[in-house]
Design a protein around this ligand. Sequence first.
Ligand code: PBG
Ligand code: ZN
Length: 332
Amino acid sequence: MSQPDPDPLLSRPRRLRRGSVLRDLVSETRLDASRLVMPHFVLPDERTVEPIPSMPGISRTGREALLRTVASDLELGLRSVLLFGLAGDGRKDPTGSLARDTESAVPQAVAALEREFGADLLVITDVCLCATTDHGHCGVLDGGDVANDATLPLLAEMAVIHAEAGADMVAPSDMMDGRVAAIRAALDARGLEQTGLLSYSVKYASAYYGPFRDAADCAPGEGDRKTYQMDVRNAREAEREALLDEAEGADMLMVKPALAYLDIIRRVREVTRLPVAAYNVSGEYSAVKAAAERGWLDEPAVVRENLLAMARAGADVILTYHAREALAGAWL
Ligand code: PBG
Ligand code: ZN
């Protein structure tokens, strides 16, 4: 494999770049709509559509608007969604009770999507407490600490509610230890063994989540997420987290963010047999949007290059806010 060409002086790599038909024929990475997942910020009402200033092109939507958007996305071939539930006017509290309310945004939206689109749409739900806790952390607090084991049953209950509403997969994003096993056990105990589990296995304490925290109003009031999300300096630890989640019963593993972590996507791809997903997060999206608005970057070309980079690094699945525009404009 790593032998040089027999006679380097006669070698002409450019011969394979002559014309787009030949380039397409020999391209090593392919990306199409079936690998993309579109994230949605869901409000617990019917009609609201609230554009998110720091994420041009993305809105918080009530159920009716969500159904409309998803219907038109399906026509583009975009068949998978990730739902984030927002508190809306609902009351936040220390344990994020809203997340365990069957009348809240996500279970209601999941049921509506299920009724409307059935098996044509794959519905994945984000499972975490931070959008519904008054302190904004991803788990419950004990003193100043985010308490690991006390958080697990709350996440498990939230996942069960999403699954019972009809979610195809649940995706815990909290980074508590042992949550994959806890959620899997709770699902199985309720007869929900068909519900899949996509773990945010390798989630870094990243500054790239800024626009999302505006969108979901989930920035921690005090402190940061560094006692549960991963240290930006670590790569070996990513393999450890990935293998733990595989052992605990995850069906798919995610690396997040994507672009500053292409090395991690590659490493995780090499240590697991599960599908690997990459989350092209809010800050990565907004940075491209902002530069494109100023005319500093060619948005279609940069988005294509970024998404291809994630696929080339080893991502089987890509979650991206660019999905709709990339497909509508045939950017890939
Ligand atoms: C919450 C959550 C976050 C994201 C997904 N789920 C924010 C955070 O952990 O602070 C980030 C997504 C994005 O930036 O697009 N657990
Ligand atoms: Zn969270």
